[in-house]
Design a protein around this ligand. Structure first.
Ligand code: FNR
Length: 341
């Protein structure tokens, strides 16, 4: 059952990438061009530090999969690409492993292929501390992601309908594991109010994972006989909206959800994110072109990231927050509605 679901998610998510219309709310963010702002490329460093974590680059392959034969092979390929490019990587939800230990290898393959890389385990917010520790141990994980996905569960035919225990569970996990905990959405975004609660629970980092890319309302509707919940297909806040909303909350944030190219990464960093994450696009790339295509895409992005930072005068990813950024359109309206300057 879980294995079928994991295969469905991969199939529908890759298909969705082929039909994205190319626009999302990152397009409402632009930089004021300063023609003399540039610095020397040799002065630029991509290293980023947040919540006690250090990454060599401000980009990761975000949570996706594992739990079936097919998805184990995908995890192997993603892990090889992560190893070859030096980007951190997350596994998909490890619930399938808790339900059936025989699929352990579809997750642990990531550590085998990428022995020295930064790897994040991933569990849902109902996981016990014991399960969270098992997930971390299996991967020798450097951090633990906990995903929040109420809307996905709601649309999912076999989804959960009890969410009240999630907050207390997250607090238990934070207190009970010895790696940093990163709480993330799955494409509907994290509000300022949610981020404040996470900060108060001791969560080190939050990945806003907003609307604009992979859409799990659509995916779960596609998995139903009838798309009963299609009215939820536009739910949630976009990634740039979440980043603007997060200002001043006091928890480091990551930008994921709808990141399409290096300019979106730079936009996310300028809006205050410590790093960006990509799932659907990297999945489609590895499925269509194999490991070489993904290595080439990620290496190209890292090269272009450095080039953009050089032109913008940012020595570090954090320096990008000092750039002059303009906010237009629907994103500007969101800021007005939420009282954001
Ligand atoms: C996901 N995502 C996800 N997230 C998570 O925390 N646990 C999971 O198991 C999964 N599973 C999953 C499967 C597939 C096939 C995709 C494409 C994505 C969500 C992912 O981490 C991310 O938050 C969203 O996909 C939004 O980012 P993109 O795809 O727009 O870059």
């Amino acid at each position: 059952m879980i294995a079928n679901r994991k295969d469905d998610h991969v199939r529908f998510a890759a298909e969705q990438q082929r039909h994205l219309d190319g626009h999302n709310q990152f397009d409402d963010v632009s930089f004021v061009h300063h023609a003399l702002a540039g610095i020397d490329r040799s002065d630029v460093s991509l290293t980023t530090r947040f919540g006690g974590i250090e990454w060599p680059v401000p980009l990761c392959i975000n949570a996706m999969t594992g739990g079936s034969v097919k998805t184990g092979l995908i995890n192997r390929d993603l892990a090889i690409a992560a190893r070859e490019t030096g980007v951190p990587i997350a596994t998909g939800s490890m619930s399938a492993y808790f339900a059936d230990a025989s699929v352990a290898d579809t997750f642990s393959v990531m550590r085998r292929e990428n022995p020295d890389g930064f790897i994040m385990a991933n569990v849902n917010a109902t996981a016990s501390v014991e399960r969270a520790r098992r997930a971390i141990d299996l991967l020798r994980a450097d951090a633990l992601q906990i995903h929040l996905n109420t809307i996905q569960e709601t649309v999912m035919p076999e989804g959960d309908r009890s969410f009240s225990s999630w907050g207390p569970r997250i607090e238990e996990i934070v207190a009970g594991v010895d790696v940093p905990v990163i709480v993330k959405e799955v494409g509907f975004g994290l509000s300022r109010e949610t981020l404040s609660r996470l900060r108060d629970m001791g969560v080190r980092v939050a990945d806003v994972a907003g609307r604009g890319g992979t859409n799990f309302a659509r995916i779960e509707n596609d998995r139903r006989d009838r798309a009963d919940y299609s009215f939820l297909n536009g739910w949630g806040q976009s990634t740039p909206a979440c980043l603007l909303d997060a200002r001043g909350v006091g928890i480091p944030v990551l930008a994921s959800g709808g990141v399409r190219h290096p300019l979106d990464v730079v936009r996310g960093l300028a809006l205050g994110a410590s790093a960006a994450g990509v799932s659907g696009l990297f999945l489609k790339t590895v499925l269509d072109g194999g490991v070489p295509a993904l290595i080439s895409l990620i290496s190209g992005w890292l090269d272009q990231l450095e080039a953009l930072m050089t032109a913008l005068g940012a020595r570090t990813p954090a320096d990008l927050t000092r750039c002059d950024v303009l906010v237009h359109g629907g994103l500007r309206e969101f800021c007005a509605d939420r009282g954001i300057d």
